[in-house]
Ligand binder design. Structure first.
Ligand code: PLP
Length: 386
């Protein structure tokens, strides 16, 4: 393989945006602790508050309700706790999560194992709202956690509808919007979401920074990390000033170009999917029937194995991933596809190609070239077996 590599794994992480890098470099030169009252401290504080305002505007929230964390995982762990309530309302006592959530939500935060139940999804990966209603009815108030967009399939959940069902039953709604930020509009107050998780590194900010965004009037949040009074006593520890600066700059850049970037990406994604199918009629694209992020394709075909396919793409200079997390370097079966009722034989081959703001037509053609080569090999294997 010669030439430039093709990066099609943006849902795992995005390259650092130049705007984010510049903001971080500038912040690294600031000496002050943002909690200090002197001029140096106030300069560092200003950076954090500017980023908070940007994030609040991007999510339809109030700045004082944005809590910076070390990432999406920590924000999810912070949000998922018994005892949260709106003023005058009963505290939530149990947790309902969709079966396609990120592992950091499935882990359940501070709820005990017996207090957590899963709500199923349909074959497209969309939450079964009738089942959710049944799980909520006649029981103590629940915190419900449903993601806005799925990291594997890109499927978008009907959050406004889910919010009204949850609130009618006296519950609260947490939404993991890590994959949605910068890709589709997010409006915490318009959607009537109570808690929302975001992360910097999926939109071109640095890794290791995220935020939990709350609605006005929500009470009962107990910090995961206690100590100093930072983040209005909701998350102790000196703030990651350069990281937060990079997060704010990345959000600003993503918001400025979001709509045109998504239109362009959708055209590229459609070209990709028609090319995958033109080469191999056995290709199955998951969540195709649901509203989906414009940048994500999760597909498989019979007899494909994700581990081998990822390596084959890699050798051709193309970075792709399996749908499932492979945090230990080993591809595991996707709980998302299992929840959607996909047969294990097909799920084992699932490959995710996810695009970003600087993906080009040439990148897509390069990926399709690699696919033609791989599909040819798979086709020959099939003939040999037959
Ligand atoms: N939620 C979703 C949907 C994700 O895709 C991810 C990251 O893969 C996370 C949460 C975790 O975010 P972070 O990597 O910032 O901890």
């Amino acid at each position: 393989m010669t030439g430039k590599r093709i990066y099609l794994d943006w849902n795992a992480t995005a390259p650092l945006r130049p705007e984010a890098k510049a903001a971080m470099v500038e912040a690294w030169d600031l000496v002050g602790n943002p909690s200090s009252v002197h001029s140096e401290g106030r300069s560092a504080r200003r950076i954090i508050e500017d980023a908070r305002a940007v994030l609040a505007a991007a999510t339809g929230a109030k700045p004082h309700n944005v809590i910076f964390t070390s990432g999406g995982t920590e924000a999810n762990a912070l949000a998922l706790m018994p005892g949260l309530h709106v003023s005058g309302g009963d505290p939530v006592m149990r947790l309902i999560v969709s079966s396609v959530e990120h592992p950091s939500v499935l882990a359940g935060g501070r709820f005990g194992g017996t207090e957590i139940v899963q709500v199923p999804v349909d074959r497209s990966g969309v939450v079964d709202v009738a089942q959710l209603e049944a799980l909520l009815a006649g029981k103590p108030p629940a915190l419900v956690s449903v993601m806005l967009a799925n990291n594997e399939t890109g499927a978008i959940q009907p959050i406004a509808c889910i919010a009204s069902i949850v609130h009618a039953a006296g519950g609260l709604l947490h939404v993991d919007a890590v994959q949605a930020l910068g890709r589709i509009p997010i409006d915490l107050s318009g959607l009537e979401v109570d808690l929302l998780t975001v992360s910097a590194h999926k939109i071109g900010g640095p890794k290791g920074v995220g935020a939990l965004v709350m609605a006005d009037g929500l009470s009962g949040l107990v910090p995961l990390i206690a100590g100093g009074g930072q983040e209005k006593r909701r998350r102790a520890g000196t703030e990651n000033v350069p990281g937060i600066a990079g997060f704010g700059a990345a959000v600003k850049a993503a918001m400025a170009t979001s709509e045109e970037a998504q239109t362009r990406m959708e055209a590229l994604r459609n070209r990709l999917e028609s090319g995958l199918r033109a080469t191999d009629g056995g290709v199955v694209i998951f969540s195709e029937g649901a509203p989906r992020l414009a940048n994500t394709t999760l597909f498989s075909r019979p007899e494909m194995r994700a581990e081998t396919a990822i390596i084959a793409f890699d050798l051709e200079g193309v970075a792709v991933s399996s749908g499932s997390a492979c945090s230990s370097g080993k591809v595991q079966a996707s709980h998302v596809l299992a929840a959607m009722g996909v047969e294990p034989a097909l799920a084992q081959g699932a490959l995710r190609l996810s695009l970003g703001w600087d993906t080009t037509e040439k990148d897509i053609e390069g990926a399709l070239k690699a696919w033609r080569k791989l599909a040819g090999v798979l086709g020959k294997e099939r003939q040999t077996v037959a």
